[in-house]
Design a protein around this ligand. Structure first.
Ligand code: NAD
Ligand code: DAU
Length: 383
């Protein structure tokens, strides 16, 4: 597929594996596919396979001798220690998390467990493992913690973008749990000299994103003629980054980033939610010309806002751009087109992940929201 960019960064063809956590999720699976496609060395993928983890994302590499999948929990200290001991990775890339803000509002416990306890467990295991290393193995070991811009809180329209020194001010249970995990990583660097680096990234979009998040949800609902639920006034702003640009940023930071540093990652694509939904609908109108739901924008339905909804995120990525020469390569327009095309070409993937428990989530999250104003009456097939 055209979305699989091939990027060479730093030390390629290194025989030592990396240990990826959460590699069956959205960003993790894009990262694993890209890593293996560029022959950067073997990957051990530790993933619990929650509702968000999907081995089908990695079907194309499942039989590769360079890929090992381990179903397990990052909170399982014995398992994590054993994997480090057995595979002797040169790095841990930590993606595993509960990642959806709305789920964190309705059920925060899992977020505290995985995002805080899980990160703590990994840090402790990585610390013991690092202490056992000598020579080159010790010198090159890195723990890369993948985090989010949501730890910085919310911005007003005229505020400057988040930079690495912006004070933490998390607003949702999800953001608070990620902020806590970031603080743990910082402390393990400072106190135990664990060679960790952090990345804080803005909203990702692209192939394999679970259709609970804005863009794939809008695509999946529009194709079925269901309502497109826009929270509040739809004027909240996010800074969108194509997932493979994020994966490339992580590789760059892994190979060249300075220990103990944080690097903000962002696409420089600030868009209101309504603009995003409008663009998705226009792409669907063009790419599915015979759709009976055209124009898809008529399906938009304003619904009750997310409690504590952050108004605006924006990332200042100048540190990563200046120091490590990373740049986002995909424009929002080209990236969104590739994304919509991917979802259209992968209807079976969507059908698979939206069966069963997904329907319960849709009921839980959306049915209780009182409808605000609707642009038009919701048409045939809507919820
Ligand atoms: P995701 O929800 O799509 O995937 C999370 C993965 O982690 C799943 O495969 C799941 O099975 C696994 N997992 C969850 N709990 C686990 C546990 N206890 N043990 C092992 N595996 C577990 O998430 P994503 O969108 O791919 O995000 C990946 C990381 O990037 C997260 O840490 C998230 O906070 C961060 N991030 C995401 C975005 C974004 O826009 N999606 C932006 C910035 C940062
Ligand atoms: O900023 C980085 C973060 O981006 C990541 O850390 C999170 O893991 C990721 O989920 C994402 O968080 P958001 O809350 O910004 O993403 P989400 O796709 O849930 O929502 C994007 C915007 O769209 C947000 O303002 C809420 C709005 N929205 C979302 C949904 C699901 C709607 O209006 N309607 C919806 O149905």
């Amino acid at each position: 597929m055209s979305f699989n960019q091939r990027v060479e960064v730093g030390a390629a063809n290194d025989a030592a594996p990396i240990l990826v956590t959460g590699g069956a999720g959205f960003i993790g699976s894009n990262f694993v596919l890209d890593w293996l496609a560029t022959s950067s060395g073997p990957v051990i993928n530790l993933d619990k396979l929650t509702y968000a983890g999907n081995p089908a994302n990695l079907a194309s590499v499942a039989a590769s001798p360079a890929y090992t999948f381990v179903q397990g929990d990052i909170c399982d200290a014995k398992l994590v220690a054993r994997l480090l001991e057995e595979h002797r990775p040169r790095a841990v890339i930590h993606f595993a998390a509960e990642s959806h803000v709305d789920r964190s509002i309705l059920g925060p416990e899992a977020f505290l467990r995985t995002n805080i306890d899980g990160t703590f467990t990994l840090l402790q295991a990585a610390r013991s493992y690092y202490d056992s290393l000598v020579g080159k193995e010790r010198e090159r070991f890195r723990f890369l913690h993948v985090s989010t811009d949501e730890v910085y809180g919310t911005l007003s329209p005229d505020d400057p973008a988040f930079h690495e020194e912006t004070p933490y001010a998390p607003n949702s249970p999800y953001a608070a749990s990620k902020a806590a995990s970031d603080h743990l990583v910082r402390a393990w660097v400072h106190t135990y000299k664990l060679p960790a680096i952090m990345t804080n990234c803005s909203n990702n979009y692209g192939p394999y994103q679970f259709p609970e998040k804005l863009i794939p949800l809008m695509i999946a609902n529009a194709l079925q003629g269901k309502a497109l639920p826009v929270y509040g006034d739809g004027q909240q702003v996010r800074d969108w980054l194509f997932v493979l640009d994020h994966c490339r940023a992580i590789r760059t930071v892994l190979e060249q980033g300075r220990i103990g540093e944080t690097y903000n990652v962002g696409g420089g694509n600030q868009r209101s939610n309504l603009e995003v939904v409008t663009t998705v609908c226009a792409l669907l109108d063009e790419l599915v010309p015979d759709s009976k739901f055209k124009p898809h924008f008529q399906l938009v339905k304003y619904v009750q806002d997310r409690p504590g909804h952050d108004r605006r995120y924006a990332i200042d990525a100048r540190k990563l751009e200046g120091e490590l020469k990373w740049r986002a390569e995909e424009s929002f327009e080209t990236g969104l087109r590739k994304t919509v095309e991917w979802y259209l070409a992968n209807a079976a993937w969507v059908a698979d992940v939206t069966s069963g428990a997904y329907q319960q989530w849709m009921t839980q999250n959306y049915d209780s929201r009182e409808a605000g104003r609707s642009t038009v009456a919701i048409g045939e097939g809507s919820r």
